[in-house]
Design a protein around this ligand. Structure first.
Ligand code: SF4
Ligand code: ZN
Length: 317
């Protein structure tokens, strides 16, 4: 098998692009696909300061590395979720990546802030762990973007993540989520602009990139990830993809070509519903007098009290 670009020995085959690449040409392919996503969706300008949300997984660490290679000014942000060994390992990978590449990093601890873990939040709110975790991430990401003066928040969502999210939203006709199923969300009333520069690259391509660039990342799955219906949607889309290469890309990008026609008013409507005040408790931007993060925090405190438990220590054991 020969590289399509230079005819040397290929190490990776990309059926969806009807291509195969040697390591050097695959590297250029990943950089050019990222640059194209940034340009097509007007995600970033050379003046932007990008806050990269890094979980310790392959996608977010690779994104941080790619954006630095493309000469964007970046700061990493890691939220330690306090989920046992999984979080300890994730944080370790993020911290050693930052020091190896000499990149600025901000770390916050959910356990310290809420006095409880993701599991305590799930118990207190009677909601799946991913729901409280998602709320906490949105809160901390926005807060960190404002605190660091970052103009854009970038996350490592790839083509598989975005296509499976679209699939789920269509299956349930979640109009409100469909309108936001895009790799670029504008800045609204003090909330940061959000972008997903890896949207043109698949999960397998990102794993190959991390391997070839020697980026160590957490291999453990979050113990709560079995909650996620997205895993099923990814599996189903992968079956379609292996029978008909390129379908995942056509599905997502066909939708993105139509999104402004399908939902012309949604973002404007959302704009009108944007937060106008500050949370009475934490001072962050909020739709309501007390923000949803602080309300969640209160529920965790009450739950611990009700169960006769003492609050958890401020730091993870
Ligand atoms: Fe959070 Fe759920 Fe992801 Fe685990 S799987 S990190 S709980 S969103
Ligand atoms: Zn608050």
């Amino acid at each position: 098998m020969k590289c399509r670009a230079c005819a040397q020995k290929a190490v990776i085959r990309l059926p969806s692009h009807n291509s195969a690449f040697c390591p050097g040409c695959f590297d250029r392919f990943v950089l050019s696909q990222t640059a194209r996503a940034i340009e097509d969706h007007r995600m970033l300008t050379p003046e932007d300061h990008v806050l990269v949300a890094v979980s310790g997984g392959k996608d977010s660490l690779a994104l941080w590395e790619i954006l630095s290679r493309l000469n964007y000014r970046t700061t990493g942000f890691h939220l330690d979720l306090g989920i046992g060994e999984y979080s300890a390992e994730s944080r370790g990978h993020v911290e050693s990546f930052a020091s190896r590449h000499n990149l600025p990093l901000v770390v916050e601890s959910l356990r310290e802030s809420v006095n409880g873990s993701v599991t305590d939040i799930a118990h207190a709110t009677r909601r799946p762990a991913c729901s409280g975790c998602g709320l906490a991430k949105r809160y901390f990401f926005n807060r960190a973007a404002l605190a660091t003066g970052a103009t854009v928040l970038a996350t490592g969502h790839n083509l598989d993540d975005e296509a499976s999210r679209l699939f789920g939203n269509l299956l349930h006709w979640h109009d409100e989520y469909l309108a936001k199923n895009r790799p670029d969300l504008p800045s609204l009333s003090g909330l940061s602009k959000k972008v997903k520069p890896l949207v043109r690259l698949t999960e397998k391509e990102m794993a190959s990139y991390a391997f070839l660039r020697k980026i160590p990342y957490v291999l453990k799955e979050c113990p709560h990830s079995t909650d996620a219906k997205q895993l099923l949607y990814k599996k189903l889309l992968n079956e379609v993809e292996s029978a008909s290469p390129g379908t995942k890309h056509a599905f997502l990008f066909g939708y993105l070509e139509r999104i402004d026609r399908l939902f012309p008013m949604r973002l404007e409507e959302d704009h009108e519903e944007s937060p106008s005040g500050r949370c009475e408790q934490c001072g962050e931007i909020s739709w309501t007098p007390v923000c949803s993060f602080c309300r969640m925090k209160e529920k965790v405190a009450k739950d611990l009290e009700k169960d006769g438990l003492i609050p958890l220590p401020k730091t993870a054991p």
